[in-house]
Design a protein around this ligand. Structure first.
Ligand code: IPM
Ligand code: MG
Length: 354
């Protein structure tokens, strides 16, 4: 297993080093896992003047899977957009054609009280959000700044999806639903956007190939509401890049903490980039406070999706469950009065459980 490790910025190096300890622990013979290390985001800008430099690109192309911490930080906020850390992330996704972003939102029973919603609304929650990741308004051309007919400065972006782009992500949606509870909700804004009208047509057409799946369509504003009203109605959600960006952050709160949620971004051959869905949390960076669980659970996804090692994925997830059941809590998931442990101590506990 050739894995490229990209800690990124902020809390990235702290959480990724705990995940690397997990990798070392699960390896059954030396050399089974081959790690290389590189830079992305602000760290890459500092070293090479670009957030996704050719050096990293070469490493990323050679790897089977990539483990990423997180990118960004206040230090880089004033840089021109094309060299900001976020462009590193968007750049690597696009360069490797990682079009399928899987973002599970599930609630560990031990954390029901950490959710901002009532326990009865979220208990047993298990949703998979599938977000298209290389198209939509994120990458659409033309975009930019111009002076409009009234001589006023304006900014503009372009939303578009080609039929083939919708087809390949819709297929991931249907296939995922088939492996779960066979319910797929496609989220769009077909009451307003032409892009969404095409999206809905394509998803509806593909449904014929998956008659066992119960398909529904929902407008994104309604989906945002339903996620906090009755989130357990969802099994798999498939949606475009920008709607998925927003809905997946929203869904993370149902799960108690954004510090718990992993993600996978896959290409057509299951090569993948695995990262926690949270950001770089500059306010707590370097303080041994961050929750490494989202990153460690991202490794479980890597074992499952890229390497087909369900055994190792289950082992990692079971270890995480065990430490939660043992009451181990970082600050983000602790209730009042509970003892808070640090990033390293959470790593110690998970390695011990393994
Ligand atoms: C995410 C992030 C990124 C996105 C940013 C950092 C570019 O919010 O992974 O959800 O918008 O895709
Ligand atoms: Mg986001």
């Amino acid at each position: 297993m050739k894995i490229l490790v990209l800690p990124g910025d902020g809390i990235g190096s702290e959480i990724v080093s705990q995940a690397v300890r997990v990798l070392e622990k699960i390896q059954s013979s030396p050399g089974e896992i081959e790690l290389s290390h590189g830079v992305l985001g602000g760290a890459a800008y500092d070293q090479y003047g670009h957030p996704y430099p050719p050096e990293t690109q070469k490493q990323a192309r050679a790897a089977d899977a990539i483990l990423l911490g997180c990118v960004g930080g206040p230090k880089y906020d004033t840089l021109p957009r094309n060299v900001r850390p976020e462009q590193g992330l968007l750049g690597i996704r696009k360069d490797l054609s990682l079009f399928a972003n899987l973002r599970p939102a599930m609630l560990y029973p031990e954390l029901a009280a950490s959710s901002s919603l009532k326990p009865e609304i979220v208990a047993g929650l298990d949703i998979m959000i599938i977000r298209e990741l290389t198209g939509d308004i994120y990458f659409g051309q033309p975009r930019g700044r111009r002076t409009n007919a009234n001589g006023e400065d304006e900014g503009f972006d372009t939303m578009h999806y080609a039929k083939s782009e919708v087809e390949r992500i819709a297929r991931v949606g249907f296939e995922t639903a088939m492996k779960r509870n066979k319910k797929l909700c496609s989220v769009d804004k077909a009451n307003v956007l032409d892009t969404s009208i095409l999206w809905r047509e394509v998803v509806t057409e593909m449904h014929k190939q998956y008659p066992e799946v119960e398909l529904s369509h929902m407008y994104v504003d309604n989906a945002a509401m339903q996620l906090v009203r009755a989130p357990k109605q969802f099994d798999v959600i498939v949606t475009g890049n920008i709607f998925g960006d927003i809905l997946s952050d929203e869904a993370s709160m149902l799960a108690g903490s954004i510090g718990m949620l992993p993600s996978a971004s896959l290409d057509a051959n299951k090569k993948g980039l695995y990262e926690p869905i949270h950001g770089s949390a500059p306010d707590i960076a370097g303080q041994n406070k961050a929750n490494p669980i989202a990153t460690i659970l991202s490794l479980a996804m890597m074992m499952r999706y890229t390497f087909n090692r369900t055994d190792l994925a289950n082992r990692i997830e079971t270890a995480v469950r065990k430490v939660l059941a043992d009451g181990k809590r970082t600050g983000d998931i602790a209730q009042k009065g509970e003892t808070v442990i640090g990033t390293r101590e959470m790593g110690d506990a998970i390695v011990a459980a393994l």
